[in-house]
Every structure is written in structure tokens, then in C-alpha cells.
Design a protein around this ligand. Structure first.
Ligand code: NAD
Length: 280
């Protein structure tokens, strides 16, 4: 039996993951702002600290896996809250839990990103850099120019930033070198309470329904949870720093030729520097 922590376990995909892990006989520490063993508001530094500490007490210093599903969608309309929960509610907790994950020897962490990270146009790079620098004021301040649309951009920027954080962090000696596999999943529109809230607003519903999804329809939370459970399994031992898109084809529709992409000549110097920096 393994011990997993799941944030956002009270609803949607986090809940589906927690239920599948518990049904397989694992011990699950569920974290959420409502209906959870560890109740904490991940939009505040104090709430994040409390969640981090309580989980460490409950897991006895050893975690086999962490699933970071707590998140707010653009429909919440609150730019700063989206930024705090979707980015810092992941990075600060995973940083705090890293020693417990390392103690397990072969732990896995799965972070919920989104295909908004590649399909929302014109997300300011300055906002993404703000997140990655740990500067929420800069990240949120940059988005004020978008007025009522700011939450949409906060959402996309938080998901771009968290995907980059996952890729940068996963390969570090303290993570990959400590046996921890850190990856992200990037769902498209999945029929959870988060999406239902967006669909309840006529203007948003219209936008969502006209968004290109090559296979049509919405994703099933239980299917997405199966992907996460797989990413927590031994079969995912060789998966590191990946962002797995499960989105009905929208990312491929918009960005088919953008990635993967070879290293262009102007980036060769940086590539060679990374080659030299690597320690076996
Ligand atoms: P959901 O709304 O069903 O569940 C999210 C959970 O996060 C809820 O239980 C909620 O209480 C919790 N949460 C929100 N704010 C919190 C806070 N301040 N402190 C603690 N917990 C908080 O959403 P979902 O659709 O299952 O989304 C899960 C993740 O997947 C999110 O990160 C979301 O951004 C991402 N995602 C969802 C979709 C989608 O279409 N549903 C698409 C792409 C990405």
C-alpha cells in the first residue's frame, strides 16, 4: 500500500483520482478548501503552509506520490485567486513535500496544467515570468490591461508557468536525481464542476462550444483520472518533465507544426552550455 496526497480532492478530476487510488487500496491524504481531511485555502501563503505541514505530519515523512489538482478556472473571475491557487498552490506545496517524496525512493508527482497553456493567444510573457520569479504582483499586475478578460489570461499564464516550472524542476538532481518523477497533464475541456460553471454563463458557453475539438464533445473526468493513475505507476518510471496533452486534439489542431521543434542555429550556444552543465 502506498501513500498519496491529492489536492483538489473534493471535486472533479482530483476527486476521481483520489477515489481510484483509495479503491486500489492506497492511503490517500485529501486536501481541499472544503470536504477534505486537510482543509486549507491554497490561495493564501498561510493556508499553503498549513496544508504542507499537516500533510507531512499525516504521512510520517514519506509520500509515494502527489497529485496537484486544486485549481480555479477562468469563470471564477478572480485574477489574483487564480494566480495564487493554480501556480503557488502547486509549487510551494511540492517544494515542501519534496523531502517526503525523496524518502519514498521512487515517488511520482503529477501536476494539472491545461491545454490553455498552448491554445490561448497573446498571453504576455511578462506575466509568465512574474510567476516563475515568485512575484505574484508582477504576474497579476501585467494582466490588468485585459480588463474583464484578465481571468482568462491569468488562467492561461498560470498554466504556462506551471508547465515550465514542472519541466525546469523535474530534471534537477534534487528531483530526478532523488528518484522523483515530476510530470504534468494538460487536459482540454473536461466535464467537471469547473467546466459546468463556465457553461452556466451564456457568453462563456458560446465560446467553449465553438472552440475546435477535433474528436468533439468534452473529456470524461474518470478517463483523465486513469491517465493520472498511470502516471503514478511504475510504468511511468521513465517519464520525466513531460506535459501530457489529453485534449481531444485541440492543441494539435492549433499548434501541429510548433512543437516538437529542432534546436535552431541561434540557440546552439545555449544547447551546448546545457550539454556541458549536465553531471552524470
Ligand atoms: P473542480 O472545480 O471540479 O475541482 C477543483 C478543486 O480545487 C475543487 O475541489 C476546489 O474546492 C479546489 N480548490 C479551488 N480553490 C481552492 C483553494 N483556494 N484551496 C484549496 N482547494 C481549492 O475542477 P477540475 O475541472 O476537476 O480541475 C482540476 C484541475 O484541472 C484544475 O487545476 C484545473 O485548472 C485543471 N483543468 C481543468 C479542465 C476542465 O475542463 N475541467 C481543463 C484543463 C485543466
Amino acid at each position: 500500500m502506498s501513500t498519496y496526497v491529492v489536492t483538489g480532492a473534493a471535486s472533479g478530476m482530483g476527486r476521481a483520482v483520489a477515489e481510484k487510488l483509495a479503491a486500489a487500496g492506497h492511503s490517500v491524504i485529501d486536501v481541499d478548501i472544503v470536504d477534505a481531511t486537510v482543509m486549507a485555502d491554497l490561495s493564501t501563503p498561510a493556508g499553503r503552509r498549513r496544508a504542507a505541514t499537516e500533510v507531512l505530519e499525516r504521512c510520517d515523512g514519506r509520500l509515494d506520490g502527489a497529485v496537484m489538482a486544486a485549481g480555479l478556472g477562468p469563470a471564477s473571475g478572480r485574477t489574483r485567486l487564480i494566480a495564487e491557487v493554480n501556480f503557488f498552490g502547486v509549487t510551494e506545496l511540492l517544494d515542501a513535500w519534496r523531502p517526503a517524496l525523496a524518502a519514498a525512493g521512487n515517488a511520482k508527482a503529477v501536476v494539472f496544467s491545461s491545454n490553455s497553456s498552448t491554445t490561448v493567444p497573446m498571453v504576455p510573457g511578462r506575466a509568465v515570468r512574474g510567476f516563475l520569479a515568485g512575484d505574484v504582483d508582477k504576474a497579476v499586475g501585467t494582466l490588468r490591461i485585459f480588463g474583464k478578460q484578465a481571468p482568462t489570461f491569468a488562467y492561461a499564464a498560470s498554466k504556462i508557468a506551471i508547465s515550465r516550472w514542472v519541466r525546469r524542476t523535474a530534471v534537477l538532481p534534487e528531483w530526478a536525481g532523488a528518484g522523483i518523477r515530476l510530470n504534468a497533464i494538460a487536459p482540454g475541456a473536461v466535464l467537471t464542476p469547473l467546466l459546468e460553471k463556465q457553461l452556466a454563463t451564456p457568453a462563456e458557453a458560446k465560446q467553449i462550444k465553438r472552440f475546435p475539438v477535433p474528436i468533439g464533445g468534452f473529456g470524461d473526468p474518470s478517463h483523465l483520472a486513469d491517465w493520472v493513475v498511470f502516471m503514478l505507476s511504475e510504468s511511468a518510471d521513465f517519464l520525466c518533465g513531460s506535459v501530457v496533452f489529453v485534449d481531444g486534439g485541440s492543441d494539435a489542431w492549433f499548434r501541429a507544426d510548433d512543437w516538437p521543434r529542432g534546436v535552431p542555429a541561434r540557440r546552439l550556444r545555449g544547447y551546448l552550455r546545457r550539454m556541458r552543465e549536465f553531471r552524470h
